[in-house]
Ligand binder design. Structure first.
Ligand SMILES: [Cu+2]
Length: 116
């Protein structure tokens, strides 16, 4: 049973990766001047993960999260700090299990959304 689940999971992962790969040539074929400029202005992609809040620093505006693996940015599970706003932290406390999304730019991770 376990093996079947793993096989299904990796099939799903493979399918979504090939879907991504197929998007790339399509983008190039549509690549006109205007598209190129749009691409440059686009922000870094958003990745999602689950984890548990370890600490909140309201002075530095960071939330430290022990998170699971994030294949989108090739991260293993780890504990690290993310930039966050006070607004985003409302109702959250250390120990909470959270689902969150973040943007990774120049090695700095910034929370886009976070919820219990
Ligand atoms: Cu991390």
């Amino acid at each position: 049973m376990k093996l079947t689940l793993i096989a299904v999971a990796s099939t799903v992962a493979t399918l979504s990766f090939s879907a991504l790969a197929e998007d790339m040539p399509g983008m190039k074929m549509d690549g006109m001047e205007g598209m190129q400029m749009k691409q440059d202005a686009k922000q870094a992609p958003v990745a999602t993960a689950d984890g548990r809040i370890k600490a909140i620093d309201t002075t530095k505006h960071t939330v430290t999260i022990s998170h699971g693996a994030v294949p989108a940015v090739q991260w293993p599970p780890m504990t690290m700090a993310f930039s966050v706003t006070e607004e985003q932290l409302k109702g959250l406390t250390p120990g909470d299990h959270v689902s969150f999304s973040f943007r990774l730019e120049d090695g700095k991770a910034t929370i886009v959304s976070i919820k219990k």
